[in-house]
Design a protein around this ligand. Sequence first.
Ligand SMILES: [Zn+2]
Length: 254
Amino acid sequence: MSALPILMYHGLHRETSSRGRFDPVYSVHPEMFARQLDWLVQQGHRAPLLEDALSGSGDARDVIITFDDGDVSNVEIALPLLLERGLRAEFFVTTDFIGQCGMLAPDDIRRLAAHGMGIGSHGRTHAFLSDLDTTDLMAELDDSRCRLQAICGRPIDSLALPGGRGGERELNAAQRLGYRHLLGSVPGPNRRRRGDAWLQRLPVTRTLSLDDFAALVHWRGLPARWMQARHAALALPKRVLGNDGYQRLRERLL
Ligand SMILES: [Zn+2]
């Protein structure tokens, strides 16, 4: 089975004051995003929807582009750049953020869907699913999906884990509710895809150079190894401090 690189973006922001919610790590400069897309096109990659890549029509050239959280730059900046190049992306929206300052409104989500983009759930409140009891977990997964289905008028069957926190329990719960495509944020190339595991994703960060971006997509060299080592190193403070403690530490460090 060939690899399936799945890129994970958040917002696209030129500077801290740009529209949307700037994040010092995850906000990618719009010009860098355009260069990354141009590189994908030059390399002959296609960017289909998950559904198409994972069904019979998948192809070794496929790269999946995803966005988490529902930042307004998804529609204002990413959408036109994708359309100009004939690329598609999956947008994972946290439904309690809809309509908040700097975030997508219902009409924006409908616009993304109308242009052939994928829409998926990123939880209702962005709570880390592994912190929740079963009732709250089911509500996060079900309420967010129902709201997105009402907005888009079509079934929603993909989920990206808020904060990448979750394991088997969360996967089983999502599958019981009918989610079919489940994305985590453990870095990797998805070489061995199984129906019962979270798909790996490649986080695109603000300081990633174009060369390192290329190495990540093709999963080779130092950037790939560095990303796996970094993820493994962060797993320890996450476990020791718990999700809340880790989040506070991250905010202080940034
Ligand atoms: Zn998120």
